[in-house]
Design a protein around this ligand. Structure first.
Ligand code: DOR
Length: 444
């Protein structure tokens, strides 16, 4: 069986950083210790590098089937692997959307065929597919996605009876997109009547407003409390929403959890004049104060995981005036090195970075035997050189759409190696394209 021996790495795991060797065998971690040797193993000298559990990204849009001009599972999983993401959970707003078990399983077939990283696909909810939703097997599927605000794709669930039925009957994790539709529509009409389709992008956070987010997130929390559901609110974008979440409970015992995304941690409304459409996301990037409060919530434990909401659109699509420019942007290649930038600035420790990007997604979704550097666990591993500066440009972007909101940004750190389920998928810019990830399993 294939073996990889990583020597002299600085392991970041379970609240500690220490130097050790790590040996894999097949798809598992065989041993972690000092002075390991194994004849025949492929050796990686990782002196000066950090060894982390592979990142688990719980929110990506890889666009297949149906929207493959924006991205495919093959192209976007490759970009993810280059970014140190070894497992992803993908959203149902594809074309057709994943609203039946058959359509959902077709996505798993594409994952098995094309994905370089380990994968799971969310079941989607609509106003009228409850019966299909209830057939989902929670040990094989990461969760159910409910759009409680409209975004890319027509997947808005706004029927009150349906929402109550979903929150009361679904026995798996419900991940929600929260923005109050009526508020967003009224705000949009206000600006549209002044500017027509060409609304300046700086008004995006006034349209997709903090009020819209709070109304919808607080409604999701009330529904979850009323029906004792397992709720995970995605991409928290305002300080006010962070007060909805508890910080003192251990993650294992929380029934309501929250996610922060890279763009809400990095950008603020001050960036719209320069970045325009490239930072148009739903929910919108909001004020610098919101960003600071999201950071505080993350550090105190009210927000549990960091993800990307990787949502590529073509540059042609993004170059439209406001009303026609879709929301979302590619992030999987840059999320880990962006978080390392915050580590260099002293904003987050590496131990906490690993907790939020690797351990906590595994705990929160009850992912089977991943998310940690532990003997017997799957060998999902990433090596990061903290002192290897590089600049994002059109030539080194791997997402199929070929642009990034980070273009021109220099990151101090680089991902040098990514190992997916025991296989070396990425080394310093080169891929083994034959490698395929595994379907995630859940211990529920
Ligand atoms: O900005 C976004 N884009 N937010 C979402 O929730 C959906 C995503 C997309 O699929 O384009």
């Amino acid at each position: 069986m294939e073996q990889i021996l990583i020597k002299h790495a600085r392991l970041v795991n379970e609240g500690k950083i220490y130097e050790a060797d790590l040996l894999t065998k097949g798809d598992r971690i065989l041993k972690i210790g000092q002075n390991l040797s194994s004849p025949g193993a492929e050796i990686i000298d990782a002196r000066g590098q950090y060894l982390l559990p592979g990142v688990i990204d719980d929110q990506v849009h890889f666009r297949e089937p149906g929207l493959t001009q924006k991205g495919t599972i093959a192209t976007e999983s490759k970009a993810a692997v280059a970014g140190g993401i070894t497992s992803f959970m993908e959203m149902p707003n594809t074309k057709p959307p994943a609203l039946t078990q058959t359509l959902l399983e077709k996505k798993y077939d594409i994952g098995a065929r094309d994905s370089m990283a380990n994968y799971s696909f969310y079941m989607g909810a609509s106003n009228d597919n409850l019966e299909d939703v209830l057939k989902t097997n929670p040990t094989h599927v990461c969760g159910l996605k409910v759009f409680m605000g409209s975004s890319t794709g027509n997947m808005l669930v706004d029927d009150e009876t349906t929402l109550e039925a979903l929150f009361s009957k679904v026995n798996m994790l419900i991940a929600t997109h929260c923005e109050d539709e009526a508020t967003v529509r009224a705000n949009y009409e206000h600006y549209h009547s002044q500017y027509g389709d060409d609304i300046p992008f700086r008004f995006h956070p006034a349209i997709r407003s903090a009020e819209a987010c709070y109304l919808s997130s607080s409604k999701a929390v009330s529904l979850a409390k009323k029906f004792n559901a397992r709720l995970h609110i995605l991409h928290i974008s305002t300080g006010r929403e962070t007060k909805l979440f508890e910080s003192y409970k251990p993650l294992e015992s929380k029934s309501i959890t929250a996610e922060a995304c890279i763009h809400h941690l990095w950008f603020s409304d001050q960036d719209y004049p320069e970045k325009g459409s490239t930072i148009k996301w739903n929910p919108a990037v909001k004020t610098a104060k919101d960003r600071e409060e999201i950071w505080e919530a993350l550090l105190r434990g009210s927000i549990d995981v960091i993800a990307t909401d990787h949502a590529p659109h073509t540059l042609d699509e993004k170059n439209n005036p406001y009303s026609k420019a879709p929301s979302g942007g590619p992030l999987v290649q840059h999320s880990l090195v962006a978080m390392f930038e915050f580590f260099h600035q002293g904003k987050i420790t590496l131990e906490m970075l690993v907790e939020k990007m690797c351990h906590n997604p595994a705990i929160l979704f009850q992912v089977k035997e991943r998310g940690y550097l532990r003997e017997g666990y799957f060998a999902d591993l990433v090596l990061v050189d903290p002192n290897q500066p590089w600049t994002v440009n059109k030539q080194n972007i791997l997402a199929k759409c070929g642009w990034s909101p980070f273009e021109g940004t220099t990151f101090k750190s680089a991902v040098t190696h990514t190992i997916v389920s025991g296989k070396l998928a990425y080394i310093d810019g080169a891929f083994d394209q034959s490698i395929r990830g595994q379907r995630l399993e859940f211990e529920r």
